[in-house]
Design a protein around this ligand. Structure first.
Ligand SMILES: [Zn+2]
Length: 355
């Protein structure tokens, strides 16, 4: 329907692409994508999908915007960093100005085994986008995608290189066929190895294109290849995955979903980059941030933002890497910055927040 606010030809140039056409555009407009991780990849992918007119976008992210994000996370600005705005909210705010005709639902939380299935049940996405930077969530999403038969568009980026592949349960290899499992020692991340914005944009573009194919109703066009690139060296490789399904894959062959409901599903304490550990005690579903402020105020300088409580402890433990900064979320999570030691983060959490 034509209106001044939403001219009917808004998507004309996209629908003009023969592979999409008016029918594909209608499919896109009535579909839902769930983007997990609204960092560099998630920002760029969400921007593409919002502009493409995807009817419902679900944005899930557990973290807040920091100054070190701004060089690559294209939906955020200096005000977001100043306010430590939760990324999901800041992204939704920005995207609602890009396209006010679509529905955008921010979820300020960590996707974990305890909420993954209910999140999918609630939103019924037609495609999942893995835009995270950690293996735990990546393989959790892979389990979800295979078990619930929801297409998964994966992308990863580090320094100047990146990769993308898509999992179509039952017909392509899954991420565990190709990558096996998480590394046994902590791998490099963007926080340690750095990253350039264009590399994230490139990987996210491949991921968004895969999602658009699926949402347009053209799953037949989805790539069955692992594409890798290095923008610094201008190299690209594309590996055919036709024969890469593993007969002994724990996930897509044996049906063991270790990250969704097995031993690997323990996410009470997880490293989350930048010298930080997230603590989310089992059974805790919400926290009254007002009363928590009263509890923490004697121990340092703390203040409330609309959805978090944040501040720095006056006392720095001798074995910490620096001052301990706590960010408490309404869903019961706390991010402890200033250490990568899980035991220290747990003890700080038990002492100041309580378990
Ligand atoms: Zn597999």
């Amino acid at each position: 329907m034509y209106s001044e606010d939403h001219p009917a030809d808004r998507y004309h140039r996209q629908a003009l692409v023969p592979d999409i056409g008016p029918d594909g555009q209608r499919n896109i407009s009535s579909s839902c994508a769930m983007i997990v991780g609204v960092g560099a990849l998630g920002c760029a992918a969400a921007d593409h999908l919002a502009r493409a007119g995807v009817g419902r976008l679900i944005l899930i992210d557990r973290d807040v915007v920091e100054w070190t994000n701004l060089h690559r996370q294209c939906l955020f600005d200096e005000q977001d960093a100043r306010e430590h705005a939760p990324k999901a909210l800041a992204a939704a705010r920005r995207l609602s100005r890009v396209n006010s005709a679509i529905s955008i639902t921010p979820e300020v939380t960590d996707l974990t085994p305890r909420n993954a299935r209910s999140m999918v049940d609630r939103h019924r996405p037609a495609v999942l986008l893995d835009s995270t930077d950690n293996f735990q969530t990546r393989f959790l999403m892979n389990d979800l995608a295979v078990r619930l038969k929801i297409p998964l568009a994966y992308a990863g980026v580090l320094a100047t290189f990146g990769m993308a592949m898509t999992v179509m349960a039952g017909s392509t290899p899954c991420l565990r066929c190709v990558f096996d499992g998480p590394p046994t020692t902590p791998g490099e991340t963007c926080d340690t190895a750095g990253v350039i914005g264009p590399a994230a944009g490139f990987a996210a573009s491949m991921q968004a294109a895969e999602a658009i194919k699926i949402l347009a109703g053209r799953a037949d066009a989805v790539s069955n290849r692992l594409v890798r690139f290095d923008l610094w060296r201008s190299t690209h490789t594309s590996i055919d995955l036709s024969d890469s399904r593993r007969a002994d894959c724990p996930c897509c062959s044996e049906g063991r979903y270790e990250f969704l409901d097995g031993e690997a599903a323990d996410t009470a304490a997880t490293l989350c980059g930048r010298g930080a550990v997230q603590i989310w005690p089992g059974g805790v579903a919400s926290v009254d941030l007002g009363s928590m402020l009263n509890r923490l105020s004697p121990h340092g300088s703390f203040s409330l933002t609309p959805v978090t409580l944040r501040g720095t402890l006056r006392e720095t433990p001798a074995d910490a890497d620096g001052p301990i900064e706590l960010t408490v979320f309404g869903d019961g999570r706390t991010i402890v910055r200033g250490t990568t030691r899980v035991d220290l983060a747990r003890s700080i959490h038990a002492r100041y927040i309580g378990s």
